[in-house]
Design a protein around this ligand. Sequence first.
Ligand code: ADP
Ligand code: MG
Length: 475
Amino acid sequence: MTLTAESVWDNCLLFIQDNIAPEAFKTWFQPIKPVKLTDNALHLQVPSRFFYEWLEEHYIDLLKTALTKELGSDAKLIYAIRMENPAKGMEAFTEKIPSSKRNFTDSQNVDAPVKTKSPELKNPFIIPGIRNVQVESQLNPSYNFDSFLEGESNRLARNAGMAVANKPGGTSFNPLLIFGGVGLGKTHLAHAIGVGIKENYPDKTVLYISAERFIQQYTESIRKNTRNDFIHFYQLIDVLIVDDIQFFSGKAGTQDVFFHIFNHLHQNGKQVILTSDKKPVDMQDIEQRLLSRFKWGLSAELNHPDYETRVSIIQNKLYRDGVEMDDNIVHYLAENIKTNIRELEGAIISLIAHSSFNRKDITIDLARKIVENYVKNTKREVSIDQIQKVVSDYFQMDIDTLQSKTRKRHIVQARQLAMYFAKKMTKASLASIGSQIGKRDHATVLHACKTVENLASTDKQFNKYVQDLQKKLAD
Ligand code: ADP
Ligand code: MG
């Protein structure tokens, strides 16, 4: 396949989207247009000079990481700035990006063990056919300890993370399991540990991977009959970071290979870092033998940040962005956005974007408007447990009834609605939804989703259920 500016940029966007707040993505990345690709240089068109400066100042590391992944280490980025008012006769001009300092996200080479049967060990991250086993850490350098502020809510997890970064594999925190709700800093902290290790021990092979991507790679390896290569590849890593392992729920095959990889790494003094949205006892459909291994090390929780921590997170963000804001506005934001840090950051970014685009000062009125808009319009990620609770409350039944094997029509419908909303509002797979809602299989969930869609368009009463539940779940 030949690369085009569009295809390269689309892949970069996928990576960028995974690494920044949705609001920042919408504001700063969606308006960019890929223009052309020449000699490994990607030309991007941005709407204004201000825009270009902002990208350079805040997102250059991220852009560089994304681009290096796509085009290799000699990738270049060239901006075409479209002047706001072309009538003045100004022409778009281009400027070259200086490379950024940190370069440890470049490839790491590992020596494949001589006794491995297959001489070309397959790296699930790269296209087959490449002999050298290179491992890119997949770390985001801007998620480091300096930018991860300490507070009451994260003290244990942060300190344990720092201990691991200073002595990977050499503390009793192995595995280190970080757990906590959405937007509380699990991914950031997991990267920070990896980044810290690369700074302290540049020769160690660190690999960050989301559980979802791990599952995809595993599935692919089954399809291509390379399961052993897949396991061997992961057994070469010195520090393995797996984010959001709750997605392993209900996936027996993945859990099995992970078990082998984990044991090998642990026995060889390698460090494993895991994150999850639940604590081990509450994880569902994870094999007992894996769960018991998760408990070998330390489980550290990230809690909701208290008021002081929220204030310092805002102040730090403003400081890093070089933006001034009155104290009373900072306090107003900290008081009103309590859900999580991602939403807090999103609100600050909207505020800054609004004031810069409209060239207005940041006032308390503007802050009020944004908070109102932001808090109301933000789609919250809900958990499958919450969905089951809302649906069973709505139909005045308990969750056990909702999950039971009965064929009674109103109970079946309630269960199907819960499955439908779980598919719509969470990132969980059909199999995982099925196993959490009454131990059904993925085909049952798929059928439920279709049935709900059909009924909602043909049955007035049923459609009202869907609308009502939708409203309740959005609150
Ligand atoms: P999770 O993975 O738990 O959903 P993230 O790690 O993606 O959460 O964090 C959400 C946002 O909040 C990120 O932009 C992250 O940088 C920021 N954040 C989280 N915790 C902190 C902290 N202690 N200090 C500064 N920023 C934080
Ligand atoms: Mg995360």
